[in-house]
Write a protein of this length. Structure first.
Length: 263
């Protein structure tokens, strides 16, 4: 059995599971979405795509919110959902599966490039998919608590770009999309400024909310040591945070700084 989403490990809330298998359907030969238009889009997606990345390239902290409640944080692999789409299988109980996606406002998933109307298609990501038997289980509770169709979606662009959101309803902390293909920019996690404030030095950097950061310093290019407590950025998106190194501006020798992510 291939499921609509692969969960490697997770912090999951327990709950009941209900069985209600129903047949998958084929995308229609006409109308929106048509089988031809969906096939044209999925043909441009690399066959090895599926792992979901956050804005700084981590794969173990992907968040899913259901009506404002965090229900999952961990790795997600959407390769089974992409396989369902390659097989031409739609979820008939969800009328928007494969339809065009329209951004509601400028700030919605602002990291997804705007390329005009009718560029991205939206697909449901649901764990209860059985490609072998062409069925889906609408009675299953994703992560033990989330009823069908849940808040997980893929956005697939005409050129094969794939983005994931675990907050389709837009009421959690995750307002940006996660990356599947392309991967996130390599320079997303970086120090943006080091500024003197009187006798002190303010280090500012870009990170992801919820990530555990520690500021390190050294008198040269090597021998870095931790100088800050654990710092956790707010929210669930790309964010900016800082640390004030007291007395560093007037101490000798000058300091080199870096920020590390704590596993």
């Amino acid at each position: 059995m291939r499921l609509g989403i692969a969960i490697v490990s997770a912090c999951v809330l327990a709950g009941p599971c209900y069985a209600a298998s129903m047949p998958l359907a084929s995308f229609p030969d006409s109308a929106n979405p048509s089988s031809y238009s969906v096939a044209a889009v999925i043909a441009n997606v690399p066959t090895n795509a599926g792992v979901v990345y956050d804005a700084i390239g981590r794969t173990n902290c992907i968040q899913v919110y259901n009506f404002g409640q965090l229900v999952y944080s961990g790795p997600i692999d959407v390769a089974p959902t992409l396989e369902r789409i390659r097989h031409g299988c739609s979820i008939p109980a969800e009328k928007h599966d494969g339809g065009f996606f329209s951004f509601k406002h400028f700030g919605e998933m602002s990291n997804v490039p705007r390329k005009g109307n009718y560029y991205y298609r939206e697909f449901v990501v649901w764990p209860g998919i059985d490609i072998t038997n062409d069925t889906f289980d609408s009675g299953q509770r994703a992560f033990g608590v989330v009823p069908f169709p849940g808040p997980m979606r893929l956005l697939i662009g005409r050129a094969g770009e794939v983005y994931f959101t675990g907050d389709h309803y837009g009421d959690g902390a995750q307002t940006n999309a996660y990356y599947v293909d392309p991967k996130p920019p390599a320079d997303a996690f970086h120090i943006t400024s080091v500024a003197v404030q009187g006798h002190d030095t303010l280090i500012t950097w870009q990170t992801v909310g919820g990530a555990t950061n520690v500021v390190q310093a050294a008198s040269g290019p090597d021998n870095f040591i931790d100088i800050s407590p654990i710092i956790i950025g707010r929210g669930g998106d790309l964010t900016t945070t800082n640390y004030l190194d007291l007395g560093a501006a007037t101490s000798s020798p000058p300091r080199h700084y870096r920020v590390r992510l704590v596993p």
